[in-house]
Design a protein around this ligand. Structure first.
Ligand SMILES: [Zn+2]
Ligand SMILES: [Zn+2]
Length: 263
Protein backbone atom coordinates (compact mmCIF):
# COMPACT_ATOMS: atom_id res chain seq x y z
CA UNK A 1 0.00 0.00 0.00
CA UNK A 2 1.73 3.15 -1.16
CA UNK A 3 1.19 6.13 1.05
CA UNK A 4 1.67 9.50 -0.58
CA UNK A 5 4.17 11.72 1.15
CA UNK A 6 2.85 15.23 1.79
CA UNK A 7 5.57 17.76 2.52
CA UNK A 8 3.72 19.54 5.28
CA UNK A 9 5.73 20.99 8.18
CA UNK A 10 5.32 18.41 10.95
CA UNK A 11 7.52 15.88 12.70
CA UNK A 12 6.66 12.43 11.41
CA UNK A 13 8.13 8.98 11.44
CA UNK A 14 7.66 5.52 9.98
CA UNK A 15 9.40 2.16 9.95
CA UNK A 16 10.48 0.09 6.96
CA UNK A 17 10.64 -2.92 9.26
CA UNK A 18 11.86 -3.82 12.73
CA UNK A 19 13.26 -6.97 14.34
CA UNK A 20 16.39 -9.11 14.37
CA UNK A 21 16.26 -9.55 10.57
CA UNK A 22 16.49 -5.84 9.81
CA UNK A 23 15.67 -2.38 11.12
CA UNK A 24 15.20 0.96 9.38
CA UNK A 25 13.28 4.00 10.65
CA UNK A 26 12.28 7.10 8.70
CA UNK A 27 12.15 10.51 10.39
CA UNK A 28 11.04 13.65 8.58
CA UNK A 29 10.17 17.24 9.38
CA UNK A 30 8.42 17.64 6.01
CA UNK A 31 11.55 18.91 4.26
CA UNK A 32 14.38 16.82 5.73
CA UNK A 33 14.24 13.03 5.53
CA UNK A 34 16.63 10.80 7.42
CA UNK A 35 16.88 7.05 7.70
CA UNK A 36 17.97 5.65 11.07
CA UNK A 37 19.86 2.42 10.33
CA UNK A 38 19.31 0.18 7.34
CA UNK A 39 19.33 -3.55 7.97
CA UNK A 40 17.80 -4.42 4.61
CA UNK A 41 19.57 -5.06 1.31
CA UNK A 42 19.64 -2.40 -1.39
CA UNK A 43 16.76 -3.68 -3.55
CA UNK A 44 14.62 -4.40 -0.53
CA UNK A 45 15.30 -0.92 0.89
CA UNK A 46 14.41 0.74 -2.43
CA UNK A 47 11.19 -1.28 -2.55
CA UNK A 48 10.24 -0.49 1.04
CA UNK A 49 11.06 3.24 0.69
CA UNK A 50 8.79 3.42 -2.37
CA UNK A 51 5.93 2.11 -0.22
CA UNK A 52 6.40 5.19 1.96
CA UNK A 53 6.43 7.51 -1.03
CA UNK A 54 10.18 8.18 -0.94
CA UNK A 55 13.03 7.69 -3.38
CA UNK A 56 16.49 7.03 -1.87
CA UNK A 57 17.73 10.28 -3.44
CA UNK A 58 15.36 12.18 -1.15
CA UNK A 59 17.24 10.97 1.94
CA UNK A 60 19.40 13.70 3.45
CA UNK A 61 21.30 11.28 5.65
CA UNK A 62 21.56 7.80 7.08
CA UNK A 63 22.10 7.81 10.85
CA UNK A 64 23.67 4.75 12.40
CA UNK A 65 22.98 3.57 15.94
CA UNK A 66 25.58 0.77 15.98
CA UNK A 67 27.30 -1.84 13.83
CA UNK A 68 25.13 -4.93 14.35
CA UNK A 69 24.05 -6.54 11.09
CA UNK A 70 20.33 -5.94 11.59
CA UNK A 71 21.10 -2.18 11.55
CA UNK A 72 24.01 -1.81 9.15
CA UNK A 73 23.57 -4.44 6.44
CA UNK A 74 22.21 -2.14 3.74
CA UNK A 75 23.92 1.11 4.75
CA UNK A 76 27.11 0.82 2.65
CA UNK A 77 25.34 -0.24 -0.58
CA UNK A 78 22.67 2.47 -0.18
CA UNK A 79 25.16 5.22 0.65
CA UNK A 80 27.49 4.28 -2.24
CA UNK A 81 24.69 4.04 -4.77
CA UNK A 82 23.03 7.36 -3.89
CA UNK A 83 25.99 9.26 -2.33
CA UNK A 84 24.02 9.60 0.91
CA UNK A 85 26.05 10.92 3.87
CA UNK A 86 26.33 8.50 6.80
CA UNK A 87 26.39 9.83 10.37
CA UNK A 88 28.02 7.52 12.90
CA UNK A 89 30.13 7.37 16.05
CA UNK A 90 33.86 6.77 15.82
CA UNK A 91 33.36 3.44 17.58
CA UNK A 92 30.81 2.28 15.01
CA UNK A 93 33.22 3.28 12.24
CA UNK A 94 36.13 1.47 13.92
CA UNK A 95 34.12 -1.76 13.97
CA UNK A 96 35.06 -1.93 10.28
CA UNK A 97 31.63 -3.26 9.31
CA UNK A 98 30.50 -0.33 7.16
CA UNK A 99 33.02 -0.42 4.32
CA UNK A 100 33.75 2.61 2.15
CA UNK A 101 31.12 5.32 1.90
CA UNK A 102 31.32 8.53 -0.16
CA UNK A 103 30.89 10.77 2.88
CA UNK A 104 30.63 10.28 6.60
CA UNK A 105 30.08 12.63 9.53
CA UNK A 106 31.00 11.96 13.14
CA UNK A 107 28.32 11.59 15.74
CA UNK A 108 29.61 12.51 19.20
CA UNK A 109 27.43 10.98 21.92
CA UNK A 110 25.57 13.59 24.00
CA UNK A 111 26.45 16.34 21.46
CA UNK A 112 23.48 17.77 19.61
CA UNK A 113 23.73 18.26 15.86
CA UNK A 114 21.34 19.33 13.13
CA UNK A 115 20.49 18.19 9.65
CA UNK A 116 18.71 21.18 8.14
CA UNK A 117 15.68 21.81 10.40
CA UNK A 118 15.97 18.56 12.32
CA UNK A 119 17.76 18.72 15.71
CA UNK A 120 19.25 15.43 16.83
CA UNK A 121 20.54 14.30 20.23
CA UNK A 122 22.62 11.11 20.17
CA UNK A 123 22.24 9.27 23.48
CA UNK A 124 24.61 6.58 24.77
CA UNK A 125 22.85 3.30 25.54
CA UNK A 126 24.02 0.10 27.28
CA UNK A 127 24.38 -2.43 24.44
CA UNK A 128 27.15 -4.78 23.35
CA UNK A 129 28.51 -2.76 20.44
CA UNK A 130 31.58 -0.48 20.14
CA UNK A 131 29.93 2.89 20.74
CA UNK A 132 26.16 2.53 20.44
CA UNK A 133 23.78 5.49 20.54
CA UNK A 134 20.07 5.97 20.07
CA UNK A 135 18.50 9.24 18.94
CA UNK A 136 16.13 11.92 20.09
CA UNK A 137 14.76 14.19 17.33
CA UNK A 138 13.24 17.63 17.56
CA UNK A 139 11.43 19.66 14.90
CA UNK A 140 8.49 22.06 14.96
CA UNK A 141 8.71 21.98 18.77
CA UNK A 142 7.91 18.25 18.86
CA UNK A 143 10.14 15.47 20.18
CA UNK A 144 10.54 11.90 18.97
CA UNK A 145 12.60 9.26 20.79
CA UNK A 146 14.03 6.28 18.93
CA UNK A 147 15.12 3.80 21.57
CA UNK A 148 15.95 0.18 20.75
CA UNK A 149 18.92 -2.10 21.39
CA UNK A 150 19.52 -1.45 25.05
CA UNK A 151 20.15 -4.03 27.75
CA UNK A 152 18.61 -2.05 30.58
CA UNK A 153 17.10 1.40 31.15
CA UNK A 154 20.13 3.26 32.54
CA UNK A 155 19.63 6.47 34.52
CA UNK A 156 21.18 8.32 31.60
CA UNK A 157 18.58 6.93 29.19
CA UNK A 158 15.71 7.73 31.55
CA UNK A 159 16.92 11.32 31.77
CA UNK A 160 17.64 11.76 28.06
CA UNK A 161 14.23 10.58 26.84
CA UNK A 162 12.01 12.57 29.23
CA UNK A 163 9.21 14.63 27.71
CA UNK A 164 8.96 13.07 24.25
CA UNK A 165 5.76 13.38 22.19
CA UNK A 166 6.30 9.99 20.55
CA UNK A 167 8.55 7.06 21.35
CA UNK A 168 9.76 4.05 19.40
CA UNK A 169 10.55 1.64 22.21
CA UNK A 170 12.25 -1.73 22.18
CA UNK A 171 10.09 -4.61 23.44
CA UNK A 172 12.52 -7.33 22.45
CA UNK A 173 11.56 -10.39 24.41
CA UNK A 174 9.27 -11.94 26.92
CA UNK A 175 11.50 -13.27 29.71
CA UNK A 176 9.69 -16.58 30.02
CA UNK A 177 9.72 -17.21 26.26
CA UNK A 178 13.45 -16.43 26.17
CA UNK A 179 14.04 -18.83 29.09
CA UNK A 180 12.25 -21.77 27.54
CA UNK A 181 12.97 -20.84 23.90
CA UNK A 182 15.36 -22.34 21.33
CA UNK A 183 18.40 -20.05 21.82
CA UNK A 184 21.62 -21.64 23.14
CA UNK A 185 22.40 -20.69 26.78
CA UNK A 186 25.14 -18.23 25.80
CA UNK A 187 22.83 -16.30 23.48
CA UNK A 188 20.05 -16.32 26.08
CA UNK A 189 22.45 -14.74 28.57
CA UNK A 190 23.52 -12.16 25.98
CA UNK A 191 19.99 -11.14 24.94
CA UNK A 192 18.64 -11.08 28.50
CA UNK A 193 21.76 -9.47 30.01
CA UNK A 194 22.56 -5.88 30.94
CA UNK A 195 24.19 -5.21 27.54
CA UNK A 196 21.66 -7.05 25.39
CA UNK A 197 18.04 -6.23 24.67
CA UNK A 198 15.07 -4.83 26.56
CA UNK A 199 12.44 -7.28 27.84
CA UNK A 200 8.74 -6.34 27.73
CA UNK A 201 8.69 -5.89 31.49
CA UNK A 202 11.71 -3.56 31.34
CA UNK A 203 10.07 -1.54 28.56
CA UNK A 204 7.03 -1.10 30.79
CA UNK A 205 9.20 -0.02 33.74
CA UNK A 206 11.05 2.46 31.56
CA UNK A 207 7.84 3.87 30.14
CA UNK A 208 6.42 4.32 33.64
CA UNK A 209 9.53 6.28 34.61
CA UNK A 210 9.39 8.44 31.49
CA UNK A 211 5.76 9.31 32.10
CA UNK A 212 2.98 9.08 29.55
CA UNK A 213 1.30 12.46 29.73
CA UNK A 214 2.85 13.87 26.56
CA UNK A 215 3.19 10.66 24.60
CA UNK A 216 0.87 10.63 21.60
CA UNK A 217 2.38 7.49 20.11
CA UNK A 218 4.29 4.58 21.60
CA UNK A 219 5.57 1.99 19.13
CA UNK A 220 6.65 -1.44 20.40
CA UNK A 221 9.69 -2.25 18.27
CA UNK A 222 12.52 -4.73 17.68
CA UNK A 223 10.18 -7.54 18.72
CA UNK A 224 11.91 -10.93 18.62
CA UNK A 225 10.19 -13.47 16.38
CA UNK A 226 11.61 -16.32 18.48
CA UNK A 227 11.24 -14.96 21.99
CA UNK A 228 8.22 -12.68 21.95
CA UNK A 229 4.81 -12.07 20.47
CA UNK A 230 3.24 -8.69 19.68
CA UNK A 231 0.32 -9.52 22.02
CA UNK A 232 2.72 -10.00 24.95
CA UNK A 233 4.43 -6.66 24.30
CA UNK A 234 1.06 -4.92 24.11
CA UNK A 235 -0.11 -6.71 27.27
CA UNK A 236 2.95 -5.44 29.15
CA UNK A 237 2.45 -1.78 28.19
CA UNK A 238 -1.35 -1.51 28.08
CA UNK A 239 -1.87 -1.18 31.87
CA UNK A 240 0.11 2.09 31.74
CA UNK A 241 -2.21 3.70 29.19
CA UNK A 242 -5.22 4.39 31.41
CA UNK A 243 -7.61 2.99 28.83
CA UNK A 244 -6.26 5.01 25.88
CA UNK A 245 -4.82 2.12 23.90
CA UNK A 246 -5.08 3.94 20.57
CA UNK A 247 -1.67 5.47 21.36
CA UNK A 248 0.02 2.09 21.25
CA UNK A 249 1.30 0.49 18.01
CA UNK A 250 3.43 -2.45 17.04
CA UNK A 251 6.22 -2.39 14.47
CA UNK A 252 6.45 -5.55 12.38
CA UNK A 253 9.48 -7.19 10.78
CA UNK A 254 7.67 -7.55 7.46
CA UNK A 255 6.40 -4.00 6.94
CA UNK A 256 7.23 -1.80 9.95
CA UNK A 257 4.49 0.77 10.47
CA UNK A 258 2.93 3.57 8.43
CA UNK A 259 3.77 7.28 8.70
CA UNK A 260 2.81 8.72 12.09
CA UNK A 261 2.45 12.47 12.36
CA UNK A 262 3.03 14.12 15.74
CA UNK A 263 0.32 16.73 16.21
ZN1 LIG B 1 22.27 -4.44 18.38
ZN1 LIG C 1 19.16 -4.66 16.73
Amino acid sequence: MAEGYAATPALRFASLGSGSKGNATLVSDGETHVLVDCGFGLRETERRLAQFGLHPRQLDAILLTHEHGDHIRGVGPLARRYATPVYLTAGTWLSGRLGEVPRHEWVVPQSRFAIKGLDIDPVTVPHDAREPVQFRFRAHDRHLGVLTDLGHPSEHVVEAFQGCDALILECNHDRRMLDVGPYPPRLKRRVGGHWGHLANVQAAELLARLGLDRLQRIVCSHISEENNRPELALEALTPLLSGDESRLLVSAQAHGFAWQTIA
